[in-house]
Write a protein that binds this ligand. Sequence first.
Ligand code: UTP
Length: 275
Amino acid sequence: MITKCLFPVAGYGTRFLPATKSMPKEMLPVVNKPLVQYGVEEAIAAGMTTCAMVTGRGKRAIADHFDISYELEHQISGSGKEAYLKSIRNVLDKGVFTMVRQREMKGLGHAILTGEPLIGNEPFGVLLSDDLCLNTGPGVLAQMAELYNQFRCSIVAIQEVPKDQTHKYGVIAGESLKEGIYRVDEMVEKPDPKDAPSNLAIIGRYILTPDIFDIIRETAPGANGEIQLTDALQTQARRGCVMAYKFEGRRFDCGSVPGFVEATNFVYENYYTED
Ligand code: UTP
């Protein structure tokens, strides 16, 4: 069983400046809950109760969010407002939170390698909280954890995107084993539409086997000096096996302003209830 999930939350969130100048992007609220809490709830629901956060400078609000606020507890305990703390108390009761700081933002691959001491030698989930995934049935990580029990190799979550959008994603090509499940042959980071091997784009959910750490160590930095997880996964696919899984549910790109606004409207209309 996979019990740990890594949350790379060190990025600058430049697309949300000036909001993210002194506030972590992951703390932006979709309605009344920070993005990262949606992610943590998804991981815990998948049995990944150890949430390992790769943070950076200016991200202390995330550590504080997953801790008790004594003043707040004291202030509203026994009052009618206590119900507002229910969802975060629930998360704190079930989860364990570990943190490490990424000192230089050298890309997603580097962030994952920075998290190695929190994970150790076991398979683990990775959740990018700026991809908000919602499903009426099991969450995306829970779907992927189940698939891991069958294939025992790294798995990336994929989604079909319009062909003119491939330059925003890692894109896979592979052999379809059954509906929605592919064995990956090729993976390209942010290809031009004319070079993209398909329109199957990787989104921010992964199950990784721990050999990925050594592979990342061997991976040369790519564009902007960043170590790309996609390059490491391409090596892993070549040496062994990586699967791609077309998940069930809706995904919102909350790393971009239009995606964030769309998610906010969707959550408000479908999930929010006023007490
Ligand atoms: P993004 O590139 O989407 O996030 O990285 P960003 O850099 O914060 O956003 P922009 O482009 O500047 O607006 C995907 C995920 O990887 C994390 C980010 O926090 C985000 O969750 N990340 C990225 C790290 O933790 N460390 C890095 O060095 C790079």
